[in-house]
Design a protein around this ligand. Structure first.
Ligand code: FE
Ligand code: FE
Ligand code: ZN
Length: 300
């Protein structure tokens, strides 16, 4: 069965609100941030809402073991030039994992980090050291390192770096991101060959989430700007090949595509594209009137 959902918010109703939003998109899983992705302000988990969320999910065909959490962007384990900041990142990640454990979430997606001024090999070792410190407190929730576009000094934008990290950190898994792969130089026409190589160097069994995004930029652009499914440089058929790849059939697929308005680049009146994108994916057919279909849903 296809396990598909999108990024959703974690607002006043916490996981219950996230689950309701996911169901409104026709999804059977979702990914959320425990607060704004750009900051570390977090509210306490409410037990009453959690219980309600679990009941709601059970009634609506969402298996909690497929639900993904994403750590905030400001955690950077790769650079320890400012020791206090590095230690803050480690502590915040630990708090995030405790929150995931309290919610019963199995996977937390994390960007490996950016070297900013440090040599790559030093940055990669910092990530290993930081994660070893984090993992010394045992959490049920597993960290998934995301494959990155290679924007700026991002670590984890090629198989060699991911292989180094996953070899040194046997307890962490991997989250693939199709936009990031394209932007880092993986031609998505040849995704099965990439997966073959991934299997040899890392192991497919370590992939527990795939972010499905088209890209606004070309191969090896190192930009990281997501486009709507079938409306970017990767294209609908190449994305379907990832989504329906037999070897990844039990892995949750998460859309992180941009909201749209009257045009793809509209800045006002933005609507979530996920209901229409999930529908296109299930039907394996691109909606040529994508923007109008979305406007018709939300303009009622
Ligand atoms: Fe991410
Ligand atoms: Fe992603
Ligand atoms: Zn991205």
């Amino acid at each position: 069965m296809l396990i598909i959902g999108s990024h959703v918010s974690f607002g006043g109703e916490q996981l219950l609100g996230s689950a309701k939003e996911a169901v409104s998109y026709g999804a059977n899983t979702f990914m959320f941030y425990t607060g704004a992705p750009q900051n570390t302000k977090r509210t306490n988990i409410r037990e009453d809402l959690l219980l309600e969320a679990k009941n709601y999910m059970a009634q609506n065909g969402i298996d909690l073991s497929h639900v993904i959490c994403h750590a905030p962007y400001i955690i950077n384990l790769a650079n320890n030039s400012d020791l206090e900041k590095w230690q803050f990142s480690i502590q915040f990640l630990k708090n995030e994992l405790s929150r995931c454990d309290a919610l019963g979430i199995s996977y937390l997606v994390l960007h490996p980090g950016s070297a900013v001024g440090l040599p790559k090999d030093v940055a990669l070792q910092n990530i290993v050291d930081a994660l070893n410190l984090v993992l010394s407190s045992q959490f049920k929730c597993q960290i998934l390192l995301e494959t990155m576009a290679g924007k700026g000094t991002e670590c984890g934008s090629n198989l060699e770096e991911m292989a180094f990290l996953t070899e040194k950190l046997p307890l962490v898994g991997v989250c693939l991101d199709t936009c990031h792969l394209n932007d880092s130089g993986v031609d998505m026409q040849y995704f099965s060959e990439y997966l073959e190589e991934f299997d040899q160097k890392i192991g497919i069994h370590r992939i527990h989430c795939v972010h499905i995004n088209d890209s606004k930029n070309g191969l090896s652009s190192h930009k990281d700007r997501h486009a709507n499914i079938g409306f970017g440089t990767i294209g609908f058929d190449n994305l379907l090949n990832v989504i329906y790849n037999e070897k990844l059939k039990d892995v949750p697929k998460i859309l992180e595509t941009p909201y749209v308005g009257k045009s793809f680049d509209d800045k006002e009146k933005l609507y979530p594209p996920y209901r229409v994108e999930i529908d296109m994916i299930r039907k394996k057919k691109r909606d040529e009137n994508f923007l109008e279909t979305i406007q018709n849903i939300y303009n009622k």
